[in-house]
Design a protein around this ligand. Sequence first.
Ligand SMILES: [Zn+2]
Length: 181
Amino acid sequence: MMDPGIVCFQHCGPKVFCFSLPDNCPVCNADLSEANFSLLPFRVPYPFVRASQHPCAVVIKPTAGDFLNDYYNSMDLHIGLTTSSGTIVEFDKHGLRRHRSSHWGQCLLLGQASSPWVEHWDNTLMQSLDYGNLSKAASNRTVFCEKFIVPRTTSAGKYISLYRKLKDNGYYVHRNNNYNL
Ligand SMILES: [Zn+2]
């Protein structure tokens, strides 16, 4: 998805936004070819970037779809990093991976490392992709969930339910053997 090229101008009062300048003002119908604009037409800045053109950067995009067509406020965002050559490093439903796909063609740039950091940035990304069992498991989403996420969320879940019992009743008496800290 490219910049749709939104144009803004002001003729007789309100600001008008459009994809291309109309022949007549949509507000007062005056012929715009001879008009005096109170605000000359200008291109509204496109806020999104193509990740591959931004080396050593942190970028975000909606987990599903794109910002312009699919994104609403409550939706999940997905974060990615780029190497010095614009390769994307991300953890998604395929696991931890490096690629140059077009799926990062419309994202927001959160930050970009300055040039003295480039080598360190690349090395860190390379090493992080080969970080023992953590990286090994992260190459597959299901394995990563089983080995790293589920054990932690399960034990956190037990703790949370214990905490809520205590919060409601002030104390909790453990009478059977299903809670082990
Ligand atoms: Zn007008």
